[in-house]
Unconditional design. Structure first.
Length: 109
C-alpha cells in the first residue's frame, strides 16, 4: 500500500519490495560467445543478488525470429525485465555487473 503522505514524486523512485520476483527474458542469437557470456553473467548476477526470486527465459532468435517483435528487440543479446514493472531493457553481454544492476534497478547485495 502506498503511503499517501509521501509526495507523488517520491513514490515513483521507491525501491521495490525485497521479496519481488523478477521475470527476465534474454534474447540471444544461437550459441555465439557473446550470447553464452550474457547468459553466464546473468545467471551469476541473479544468484548473487536475486537468489530464489527470479526466472530466466532464453529466447533464441535464430530459431524464433518473430519473437523479437513483441519486445521490440533491435540488438542482441538483450535482457528484458518483464517483472517487476516497469519493463527495462539492457543490451550487451552483462559483463559490467554494476551497469546491469542499475539497469535492472537492483540494489547490490
Amino acid at each position: 500500500m502506498t503511503d499517501l503522505s509521501r509526495p507523488f514524486e517520491d513514490t515513483l523512485h521507491m525501491e521495490g519490495d525485497a521479496n519481488e520476483h523478477f521475470q527476465l527474458r534474454l534474447y540471444v542469437a544461437g550459441q555465439t560467445p557473446k550470447s553464452v557470456r550474457a547468459y553466464e553473467n546473468l545467471k551469476k548476477i541473479c544468484e548473487e543478488h536475486l537468489a530464489g526470486r527470479y526466472t530466466i527465459e532464453i529466447i533464441d532468435l535464430m530459431k524464433n525470429p518473430q519473437l523479437a517483435k513483441g519486445d521490440e528487440i533491435v540488438a542482441i543479446p538483450t535482457l528484458v525485465r518483464q517483472l517487476p514493472h516497469p519493463i527495462r531493457k539492457i543490451i550487451g553481454d552483462l559483463s559490467n555487473t554494476e551497469r546491469a544492476l542499475v539497469g535492472l534497478q537492483i540494489k547490490p547485495a
